[in-house]
Design a protein around this ligand. Sequence first.
Ligand code: ADP
Ligand code: ADP
Ligand code: MG
Length: 451
Amino acid sequence: MKRVLIANRGEIAARILRACRAARLEAVAVYSTADRDSPYLAQADRAVCIGPPPAAQSYLLADALLAAALGTGCDAVHPGYGFMAENAGFARRCAEHGLTFIGPSPEAMELMGDKIAGRAAAIANGVPVVPGSDASIDDVDAAKRQAAEIGYPLLLKASAGGGGRGMRVVNEPSELESRLSAAGAEAEAAFSDSRIYMERYFPQVHHVEVQVFGDRHGNHVHLGERDCSAQRRHQKLVEESPSPVLAPALRDEICEAAVRLARGVAYENAGTVEFIYDPAGERCYFIEMNTRIQVEHPVTEMVTGTDLVREQLRIAAGEPLSFAAQSVAHRGHAIEWRINAEDPERGFLPTPGRLIRWSSPSEGPDVRVDTFVREGQTVTPYYDSMLAKLVVRGGSRAEALERSAAALDAFEVEGVSTTIGFQRAMIDHPDFVEGRVHTRWIEERLADTVP
Ligand code: ADP
Ligand code: ADP
Ligand code: MG
């Protein structure tokens, strides 16, 4: 590998660029006309315009991305997260053109991208799954019988689902039929795939996930867990490692289960195995595997002292993993705060606009800011609303929280609303301090958390 096309935008494009530099690889950036002012473009060896603002005409357009890669002499493509990252068809087309796709094989992406197939793979590898159905539901009467066995409330999920879409809670038998057809219709519209399955719905869960890596030499390792329970609209807002709620034995159990699954499907490159933790029963259940680098990977980097994107490049180049699981020390506690251009007081509505003022906290060994914005830049309405990720480490969780408070206070942002004030207030909330934040906590407690 000599030259990498970064098939993404925003902070992850800037992040991948840094990793390419560390690996002494050349990097070609792409941009839509809405992103032509992004500061990282100037640092790339080349920057290629791939189309107009709508993602469907630029960052999601395989032809434009492939043309950019081939036209600039790239031999590899890093998809980042979102956009083409979990698109097996795109990965195949990269391979057909002799481009190394920096990620897992298309087969692994297809297998784990399908939630029913992923669930079957988890079961086959002895990974505990949520009580539920093992095949898609195609008959209402059979579904009713099965639902009675699993127990209400239930969660209907689209097998092709993602980004929190295609899910419906069913509280009682009388709701099953109508919710089933609604979920199926939504899944058909969003993913052109109407297959739905069901799981027991746990109203108060924590989201815990395990970072795994595999290489072409048969090594499979985990790098510990992240707790991503602070979510709004099923999207993460704060992530940390280690989890403030998992008992050490349970943590070891899910980390080992995640490695078994990765090994069982001969997984290559970075992946994340997601679980829900039910605090009442003190058990974890597999929900899905994400076949890409995750937004929140810096949390793991901060506690393990690794560079996971650099590791992705090594593995894609055919080199073995640079570490063994046993040799990775987990030091202290790290927390990531997604700084979004959103208004918490209006249900986290995105707030595009001009950044009249943007000053972020000084970085150091325990404070990292991953961003792609600068003062004067306009935040466009076309993509997700994340402006930056603030990642803070401390010797203990208490210290990480204290340093986070100072770092959040140090931001000076004018021109757009952000989540910073809300996140600063979370640090003072006893539920957050004591690890009682479950996945619906923000939505339920918004009223008394918003400053
Ligand atoms: P992670 O688990 O890595 O935090 P997220 O679920 O927050 O992942 O989303 C990862 C990426 O996918 C982000 O770039 C986000 O903008 C993108 N994404 C999330 N939901 C959708 C969606 N519905 N459609 C397109 N992209 C999405
Ligand atoms: P997606 O592909 O949209 O990320 P997931 O299966 O990861 O789908 O589910 C998204 C979120 O929904 C999880 O992070 C978790 O908060 C919640 N969730 C998923 N399954 C369950 C369940 N069985 N019970 C309760 N909450 C769940
Ligand atoms: Mg998920």
